[in-house]
Design a protein around this ligand. Sequence first.
Ligand SMILES: [Zn+2]
Ligand SMILES: [Zn+2]
Ligand SMILES: [Zn+2]
Ligand SMILES: [Zn+2]
Length: 351
Amino acid sequence: MESADNLRNKCAACFRQFNRMEHLVDHMRTSYHSVHEPTCGVCKKHCRSFESLREHLIGPLPKQECKSLFNIRGCRFCLAILDSPYALRVHQDRCQLSGVNHGIPAHMANLGLRDSLTIDNGYSRGPQVVAIACKMVGGGSDRSLDLCARVCIIDEYENIIFHSYVKPPIPVTNYRYETTGIRPEHLRDAMPLRQVQRRIQDFLCNGEPMWKIRSARGGKARILVGHGLDHDLDKMQVEYPAIMMRDTAKYPPLMKTSKLSNSLKYLTHAYLGFDIQNGIQDPYQDCVATMRLYLRMRRQVHRREECPLASDPQNRNNFASWRQSELERMSPEEMLAISRSDYYCWCLDSA
Ligand SMILES: [Zn+2]
Ligand SMILES: [Zn+2]
Ligand SMILES: [Zn+2]
Ligand SMILES: [Zn+2]
């Protein structure tokens, strides 16, 4: 009854097979499978990232039966399988987003032209979500030190909250004009970095003390969306707790199978269906792209589960509270049912 044993030792999420039950248990302990993983709409296989789901559906080595169905009624942007070719056409018209105009023509985007960085007390609709993006020029003798010279912040509806040039605290040695479009005259009277830093810091915290935001009771502190946020915040000298950040460069479903980040340009092309960062780059476009990616991830419909993240960091996927012998008596489906994700899925922001 070799085959029956093998079936029993097949992971209910990724379908890997193990010769012995204890090996499947070991696999489940370290896989953090959950309802939040990108899942094939045909065979229900769980994938770690959308990129591995894309490989499963499209290639280079796709699963044939999934590929043939995907070819007829699969969306090549969000990778969902629709009910019919007609439903696919209707869906894909909405799923592929059109490009973004520049927020403000470069010659008009002067100091403080859009500046509504205000502290409010709006508790009404949960925390406000904003996206940030910067453009860097070069400093230092080898011209490679990144200096923030332009920053944009938008709200969920792509309205500009703040869009300004920034005067770096040390001399600029490379304006990187071909991609930034920035010239010396743009920065001469721009807002000094120190002032930008303080205002953005206050805007994000929105009146809440840092200790409270860190303790996951952020109240009206803002959720911050971006791509490579650690770098952007570091260059602006803004400090913000990771618990409030939604980084499209570090969100596991949007990363490469190699666990490296994808570029924002690639993610926007592959998952939203339009192009950014051709020629001179406006940070407004980057803000819109990251915000749209965030909203798409937040709108994913995943089954509600109790304790989506186990609170004990040593026992994140719940398995430590079970004895090996208890786990070995479970079916693969039962083990999957108690397994939890090791990352915070953005669908949980919509709760
Ligand atoms: Zn698995
Ligand atoms: Zn989810
Ligand atoms: Zn499949
Ligand atoms: Zn789609």
